[in-house]
Design a protein around this ligand. Structure first.
Ligand SMILES: Cc1cc2nc3c(=O)[nH]c(=O)nc-3n(C[C@H](O)[C@H](O)[C@H](O)COP(=O)(O)O)c2cc1C
Length: 325
């Protein structure tokens, strides 16, 4: 693969192709990020995937020892992540290239990273929040659409990308629903300067999860993806496994009351967050009949378990063919 596709994202991160291997809780790891970098793209790992700050630092150092490419870390910046300030310090100390913030206010992350030349990309789902992170000094917006795996947005890529591109002055990266190279070209033609792709990378040899989870990405289809707010407290996509079919996916009346009550909602959300995290962990790493696997509809493009480099090649196919003409 020797063609290079230049966009604002490739320029910011000095990569060959405008793809971020998206941060995925429990799934993304150093090996995947190294393979991503070797394939001309970049990988981002959630800080929450490490049990300790030492492990986080060791992972960044291992990456740097084995690759000259950029490395990104994802910080959950909401109040449930009580380690976020320490995680940020480790990222700064070990010289990560960029940070993706999600689920909260990125102000202090941006303030700490900007003077040190670390780029900050912020997950957003609408124009209001995009304008907010732009005013705080974000380097790019990650526009999370209604086809994304994990915590999804409400708007289609066709609506969200042009709106943000037209009304914001920083680059827009699209997240969600890219299951093949054609989808990627479509997001770029809508105005995105790159794509952040998660689900298709779950079914890779390098991912640190059970084989059952990887095989589920191959076997299930977009019709099997359901959305629930009962697991982590925010809307999230999961595979409709036999176990999930027995669960009630919608919050009941009492839960809706707790979610909306001014005084109680923070405790209930925190409870759900920790409970959901535990549930996802059990399912992703072990064989259990209580399978709650997170994935998005872009699993439709996955037909076998492959190496990260093979998944990247597939996404680049249409670009390579077009470039040959
Ligand atoms: C299994 C899984 C775990 C995820 N975990 C995180 C996470 O920890 N932090 C985050 O910011 N986004 C997370 N996401 C969202 C991704 O970063 C990305 O926005 C999404 O995967 C894009 O949609 P796609 O799956 O259709 O490519 C996760 C997505 C999946 C599928």
């Amino acid at each position: 693969m020797n063609k290079i596709l230049k966009t604002e994202l490739t320029k910011i991160l000095n990569i060959d192709y405008p793809i971020i291997q998206a941060p995925m809780f429990l799934v993304s790891n150093t090996k995947m990020a190294i393979e991503a970098a070797n394939s001309g793209i970049t990988g981002c790992i959630p800080a929450l995937n490490y049990r300790s700050l030492n492990e986080l630092e060791a992972s960044i150092m291992e990456f740097k020892a084995q690759s000259n490419g950029p490395i990104g870390i994802n910080l959950i910046v909401n109040k449930f992540n009580d380690k976020k300030n320490e995680q940020l310090k480790v990222c700064i100390k070990s010289g990560v290239d960029y940070i993706i913030t999600s689920l909260g206010n990125p102000k202090s992350t941006i303030q700490a990273c900007k003077p040190r030349g670390i780029k900050v990309f912020c997950d957003v789902t609408n124009l209001e929040y995009a304008r907010k992170v732009e005013s705080l000094g974000a380097d790019a917006i990650i526009a999370v659409n209604n086809k994304a795996g994990g915590h999804l947005g409400d708007l289609s890529p066709e609506k969200l990308i042009p709106e943000l591109v037209n009304k914001c002055n920083i680059p827009v990266i699209s997240a969600g629903g890219v299951s093949n190279g054609k989808d990627m070209v479509k997001m770029l033609s809508l105005g995105a300067c790159g794509v952040s792709i998660g689900t298709p990378f779950i079914a890779t040899h390098e991912a640190d999860i059970s084989n059952d989870y990887k095989q589920a990405i191959v076997d299930y289809t977009a019709n099997d993806i359901v959305v629930t707010d009962r697991i982590s407290g925010s809307k999230c996509t999961i595979i409709n496994t036999p176990y999930v079919k027995k669960l009630n996916l919608k919050a009941n009346r009492f839960e809706r009351f707790l979610f909306s009550n001014k005084y109680l909602k923070k405790y209930f959300k925190a409870f759900r967050w920790f409970q959901g995290t535990k549930m996802f962990k059990k399912s992703a790493k072990n064989v259990t009949y209580k399978t709650v696997w997170c994935a998005g509809p872009s699993l439709d493009g996955v037909h076998s378990i492959r190496h990260v480099s093979e998944v990247v090649s597939d996404f680049l196919n249409p670009i390579m063919i077009e470039g040959d003409n």
